[in-house]
Design a binder for this molecule. Sequence first.
Ligand SMILES: [Zn+2]
Length: 394
Amino acid sequence: MANKRTTKKIQKHVTRTAKQLAKTHNGRVALVFIALLLVAAIAFGAWWFYFRKKPADTPVINPDGGQAAYVQSYPIVSDQDISIHFLELGNHYAGDCVYIKTAECDILIDCGSRLNSLPTITDYLSHYVTDGVFEYVILTHAHQDHIAGFAAAQYNNSFFGAYSVEIFIDSATLVDGALYTRFTNNLTEAVTNHGTTHYTALQCVNETGGAHKSYSVGGGYSMTILDTEYYETPSSNENNNSVSCLFSNGTRNYLFTGDLEEEGEESLIERNTLPLVDLFKAGHHGSYTASSAALMAIIQPKTVVVCCCAGSNEYTEDNNNKFPSQHFVNNVCPYTSEIYVTTLYDTNVSGKQVPFNGNVVYMSKGDVYKLACSASAIKLQDSEWFKVYRELPT
Ligand SMILES: [Zn+2]
């Protein structure tokens, strides 16, 4: 009651003051000034509410027609035809784990980089895989940074123990050793007792043993296993045995070549009619041995994601060749500036990493795409790391 009385008193006082002011010229000017101030305050409030409070997960259209990346840890993908998730792997090693989701299928390409990546991977997947089933799993090749999650000593501690796998596709390999033995034991257990069907990439491209070259995976997309000579005659360079595949809806194309190096890419070019691609997983973690000028000239990628720990000295002390290499930058940057990287080596703490872009999720509905990154939406060429260690080709 006291508040109501106070409000009425103030209203009366304001009205009386306004009437008195309106009686003189100067008063009228003051009234107009106050009214203008009020309008300006309301306009500023509206601007603040609609623009400054705009949520961080609203994609922004790029001037070049694409959509700029935005920051969002677990973007909603159920309204998309397809989403492709390039995962951070929880350690400072290069490695691949790509998760692809449509309304009908959950698909995994590789499960690196070390066995201790598996909890990071399954934690991420728990946000999206609700039925515990992967319709397709591809192991590109038998190196640790791709096979680790499949190769736990115990079946139940491997990816196979965490998820049912319907179809598993891998390559021919000359690799041997404890890790590969553990993988084959787990795959055999999955095939024998858990309903997994195993095809080699060679069976897929030849369509033998019940395998197909191309699978319809939902959202209007097909997954096609691309051919290389190394499925039939394995290379002593395991990277060139990588399984390559193309996801396509006829107009949009996404290319994955594992760790194919230049010879492997040559064979890929020779044996397949490659389209222009909207999305390319950087060959061999952005190594100087892959993403050749010849392949880039054919596919001319619009968006590229590098699965690596940028600046790590895991394979070399040569700054030019650390992932993503200057060679990669020289070959890819003529076609796109939309390059994103999962992880960054922490130069302040030895053996540690921080996110670069973090988990990178490419989503597409019809011909519209957008990108969400869990840590940062910065493009590679705009990053501090790039400014110190790389330069754009002239
Ligand atoms: Zn690798």
